[in-house]
Design a protein around this ligand. Structure first.
Ligand SMILES: [Zn+2]
Ligand SMILES: [Zn+2]
Length: 353
């Protein structure tokens, strides 16, 4: 089978390897779609902490089950599925309390071990979720949105609350649409007009371009002086993360979805006076995945419009660098190994989208 290996920062190569075999408790997935996200972009760019090369990327995965290790799981064969890429230990204190997303020895498929940029991948059946109605592209978007669902669950968001989302990348867009789906009033901040236009037109939220004025003034107007009940940071930018403390009102919450290699600082009297609650939000748990799957199946999300670029696996060695450039207008790039009609898309000519 073909595998796309990230051999070193900035270097992707196609290799030919044996198709893996699945053992007990495992399934063999024929990969259809792989979403590209910030983690992949940082790994490709050499900016992902704790990352080692060579590595097969790809953790936003969908595919068809083509084999199972146990006969008892044979009913899964032929089903469409996505993969929960977070392999938790089940034994540590975090896992015991249901916090599998921040397991002390978490292994993420496509980060700590080889991922789905390959024609086939063996996955634990416990981490496979099937759907009869969602397309392979939709299934490959669940993980990205589950990150947002987890952040929203962390914030204990209530209907009618005023939410500010800093950062209009795929994660911020996920947070914004899930907050809307929960009945919140949402304003998205970014410096990219194209992405803000998408948020306004497709997600129906208010927007503000941070290069065109003072964000605090914009949020003051949006919130009729109260400031935000909940601020979500999805910028990946330390200065923006520091700035986000100013956006929350008295009694507000601030959820850091981004992770950066930097110290985040805040003014304690300002923090104390408003009695802010600061929350980290890492990955997602199964209930976040279930929530997104349910909303997607009910047609309540705008996930497919986030896909701006598609390419077959064979194009990735040349195209990946472009997909890392926001100036190319990319929101979500999707690697298509097989199209929805089941046709192999390994040759560029086979892809017409
Ligand atoms: Zn991701
Ligand atoms: Zn654990």
């Amino acid at each position: 089978m073909q595998v796309l290996v990230c051999a070193a920062p900035g270097e992707m190569t196609l290799e030919e390897t044996d198709t893996p075999q699945c053992g007990p408790g495992q399934a063999l997935l024929r990969i259809h779609c792989v979403g590209i996200c910030g983690t992949d972009i940082h790994a490709y760019g050499g900016r992902q902490p704790y990352f080692s090369y060579p590595r097969v990327l790809g953790h936003e995965l969908s595919g068809e089950v083509v084999a199972t290790g146990d006969d008892g799981d044979a009913a899964l064969v032929g089903q469409r599925a996505y993969v929960i890429p977070y392999l938790h230990c089940g034994k540590c204190n975090a896992c015991q309390r249901g916090r599998t997303n921040c397991c002390q020895s978490l292994e993420v498929i496509g980060v700590h071990r080889d991922g789905g940029m390959a024609e086939y991948l063996v996955v634990p059946i416990t981490h496979l979720v099937t759907s009869e109605t969602l397309s392979f592209e939709q299934l490959a978007l669940v993980e990205c949105l589950a990150i947002g669902a987890h952040a929203i669950r962390r914030s204990r968001l209530e209907t009618g609350e005023r939410v500010v989302v800093a950062g209009a990348g795929p994660i911020g867009m996920g947070v914004a649409q899930l907050a809307r789906a929960q009945g919140a009033q949402v304003m998205v901040l970014d410096n990219h007009d194209g992405r803000l236009a998408f948020c306004r037109d497709s997600l129906g939220v208010e927007t503000f371009n941070v290069t065109e004025g003072d964000s605090v003034e914009a949020i003051t107007a949006f919130s009729e002086g109260a400031m935000a009940d909940v601020v979500f940071d999805a910028t990946g930018n330390p200065q923006a993360m520091n700035r986000g403390f100013d956006f929350a009102g008295h009694g507000g919450r601030y959820v850091l979805v981004s992770v950066v290699r930097a110290d985040i600082t805040f003014n304690d009297p300002d923090f104390h006076k408003r009695e802010l609650t600061l929350l980290g939000s890492r990955n997602a748990t199964r209930e976040d995945f279930d929530m997104v799957t349910g909303l997607m199946e009910a047609g309540k999300l705008h996930e497919r419009a986030m896909i701006t670029h598609r390419a077959p696996l064979t194009d990735m060695p040349t195209i990946m660098a472009q997909w890392c450039e926001p100036s190319t207008g990319v929101i979500k790039g999707m690697v298509r190994l097989v199209d929805d009609a089941g046709t192999d898309t390994r040759t560029p000519e086979a892809l017409h989208e």
